[in-house]
Design a protein around this ligand. Sequence first.
Ligand code: TYD
Ligand code: MG
Length: 454
Amino acid sequence: MAKSSAFSCTACGATHTRWSGRCEACGEWNSIVEEAPLSEGPKGRGLGARRGSAIVLGDLAADEPPPPRTLSGLAELDRVLGGGLVPASAILVGGDPGIGKSTLLLQAAARFAGAGLKTVYVTGEEARAQVRMRAERLGLRQAPVQLAAATSLRDILTTLETERPDLVIVDSIQTMWSDMIEAAPGSVSQVRAAAHELTSFAKRRGTSVILVGHVTKDGQIAGPRVVEHMVDCVLYFEGERGHQFRILRSVKNRFGPADEIGVFEMTGSGLAEVANPSALFLAGRGAPAPGSVVFAGVEGTRPLLVELQALVAPTPHAQPRRAVVGWDGARLAMILAVLEARCGIPFAGLDVYLNVAGGLRITEPAADLAVAAALLSAREDVAIPPETVVFGEISLSGALRPVGQTENRLKEAQKLGFTSAIVPSGGKPGGASGLSLTRMGDLVAFVGEVFGAG
Ligand code: TYD
Ligand code: MG
């Protein structure tokens, strides 16, 4: 019987009938490998013909104790992990180069080691002396962390098998290489193999593994998406270069809620936790100015007040500019269109700039109304009262839709000294906060109320 071979792309998983240098499906170079043909059972009857061993079936209702967790004592990190580190879990921490991943993980390593976990930090990017210098700067030279500078996966796994640590940090997954694979370190197949070996080690030996991954220009963790599927938890460490704030965000977590954030500040001696981020994000706010609006947002379970700033000015160009920092450009275009179509307020011939102060990135549609308020305030040159927060989603019809966690947002606003809020009507009453609420059903009513109908 002729053996038919199949080829598949290690980056996107597409199958091909022939080998080629570049995957037509995803455009990745050198990612196509030959799949080993499926071995047929006796007389070609497939897998069912030969008996395997029985797997254990259990009642869904059976009691399973929750996994024991270890707290690092860094509350911002513990919350993002879903309440501490779970044994045998695999965690991927992604982020731009230079954002502070190595700093965060060295601090985390020291904390977990201090909490009693046998901790190993493997660096493939730096010399041991460099890591020691960083530890010195962070005041962690005495932390009981074992340090190694290595890139050979085989050597690392051999060592881990005998050392049996509770926690291994691998910085970074892109520098690891397996001698089983003939491709350069950092290539898709190497990254995938290294992640696979390390996560299976985690499951087999009950060791928690934290992998550091670099992020490409378009914001994906460099290497195949399959790495994200292999691990239990994917965290992104983000921030703007010029700002000292850093956000640790969980985008996937098998042991806790996703979308949770932790807020840190990069200081001369490492990352400091920020217990009250709203105060920090509002700290630089000056006198009330047109175009400035405070949005009462929520990230995960955490309320977060941020200032939105808009600038609207006549354009010297044929095509007016729309520039956004910290928010979605497509969403801005939508809000400009709704303002024009439903409220008759045109932005043609005007440049529009929108900025989220402090270097934060907002993804919530709940910011729609605050964005519209900032745009209108800038366009009309009328300041919104400074002790007011705004939130609500705008639909294409111009209606305002209620958003989740109203109570949580209002409580945070009150805590920070705000006295009133502009919110969509409908949804939860939210009266318990003590703020004076202005409820709006649609954008036209909002424009009339706040800007006196032009
Ligand atoms: P690093 O953790 O090396 O980033 P990554 O591993 O993500 O590439 O940190 C990079 C920056 O952080 C570096 O430019 C210096 C700065 N930094 C501080 O400001 N304070 C500190 O205490 C440390 C250790 C680093
Ligand atoms: Mg680093």
